[in-house]
Design a protein around this ligand. Structure first.
Ligand code: ADP
Length: 369
């Protein structure tokens, strides 16, 4: 079997070892020959161009994704040409368009922040009035890592964004922490659910993940699991689905957004779970039996490497990080360091969460300084 991945970022890169282990051929349509997933890039081209994507898809059995930026018309063209697209366009739309997602969650009765689609400053003003004077405004499409997300307290604070269409306004949720529930679903309907994790964000970017989410009530665990299970089925997801959640002080669980691909909140599974999200994604899109999603260690801590050393020479830091933290698992994405850019992550596992967090942070610090 040959899986085609659109997009050559680190998610495609981390699918490669899983594919090799399972004897699956993997081909990547990369943005450039130097993409993070370059070892598997078989074609270089524009993922928004239907002809380019169709030509790539002809050589594979199933098409899946490293990101959700392939336009709907390109996805539909693939389906019309008889290509197996997993997840399909209908499902993916809910990860591409935050307004579509909010409407669908409302229809399904899934808990989420109070929200409204707003067309102009007057609309935003009205929402601010109903939401206690503060809101989070989001561009429905194209946002990532905090781009396209803004906290506002004034009706005109998003005027520069209205030109591209309506915006999503949400209540500013006073959450206690952020959680993520990762699941995988295969076309025949089986679902595998990993342990619920805690994610720590800074400036809209994921920094750290603790698995399982520490000090979590059985009720929160159950609700998160049910939400993810419901969404995977209702949206007909194939592959990995990450459900980003807010947990409030009173233990409500609200859906923030979805990703339908391996996700930063699941990187810990490479070293900390019986089946990694990358292996599971390949199994799911090929409609193979899913692997066991259980944790292999009591605790896993994943820390992102954001930006790298100031002089850009990451290679020079690697040996001392390895020497200082021999049990930490380094994952480097082959990307040039730039301020704030995700260029790798480190996972540590063990019987004690604090020890795991310490080891992963220490390795990242040594890679960065
Ligand atoms: P992105 O598409 O960039 O990942 P998100 O919608 O996940 O955007 O928002 C990025 C971060 O902003 C979230 O992880 C969270 O920390 C914060 N955030 C988003 N929506 C809200 C909200 N309604 N209330 C409070 N914080 C929010």
């Amino acid at each position: 079997m040959r899986v085609g991945v659109i997009g050559g970022g680190q998610l495609a890169r981390m699918m490669v070892p899983a594919a090799v282990e399972l004897g699956i051929d993997i081909a990547v349509l990369g943005e450039s020959a130097e993409s993070s997933a370059r070892i598997a890039v078989t074609a270089v081209g524009d993922h928004t161009d239907a002809a380019t994507v169709l030509a790539f898809a002809r050589g594979v059995d199933v098409v899946t994704f490293d990101h959700e930026h392939v336009p709907q018309q390109v996805l539909r063209a693939l389906v019309d040409a008889g290509v197996a697209v997993r997840p399909g366009p209908e499902a993916l739309l809910h990860a591409q368009d935050k307004l579509v997602l909010r409407e669908r969650l409302a229809a399904l009765g899934v808990p989420q922040p109070a929200w409204a689609g707003v067309e102009d400053a007057a609309g935003l003003g009205a929402f601010l009035g109903s939401a206690g004077g503060a809101a989070v405004v989001k561009t429905p499409r194209g946002g990532y890592d905090g781009h396209g997300v803004r906290v506002v307290r004034e009706a005109h604070a998003a005027d520069d964004w209205f030109a591209d269409g309506p915006l999503l306004a949400e209540e500013l949720v006073p959450f206690r922490r952020e959680l993520a529930q990762l699941v995988a679903r295969r076309p025949s309907g089986d679902v595998a659910v990993w342990p619920l994790v805690e994610t720590v964000q800074g400036d809209g970017v994921c920094r750290e993940v603790f698995a399982p989410a520490p000090r979590t009530s059985a009720r929160v665990e159950r609700v998160a699991r049910e939400i993810a299970h419901t969404l995977a089925g209702a949206l007909d997801v194939t592959g990995v689905l990450a459900v980003e959640l807010f947990e409030t002080e009173d233990e409500r669980v609200l859906v923030n957004e979805l990703a339908m691909r391996p996700h930063n909140s699941g990187h810990w599974t490479i070293d900390g779970a019986v089946t990694s999200q990358f292996e599971q994604h390949l199994r799911a899109v090929l409609d193979l039996p899913l692997g066991d999603p259980s944790a292999r260690a009591p605790w896993s801590a994943m820390v992102n490497l954001l930006g790298g050393p100031a002089d850009g020479d990451l290679d020079a830091r690697v040996p001392r990080a390895m020497a200082d933290q021999p049990a930490a698992k380094l994952h480097l994405y082959g990307k040039a360091p730039r301020p704030g850019r995700k260029i790798g992550h480190v996972t540590a596992t063990g019987d004690d969460l604090d020890d795991a967090v310490y080891a992963a942070r220490a390795a990242v610090t040594l890679l960065q300084d």
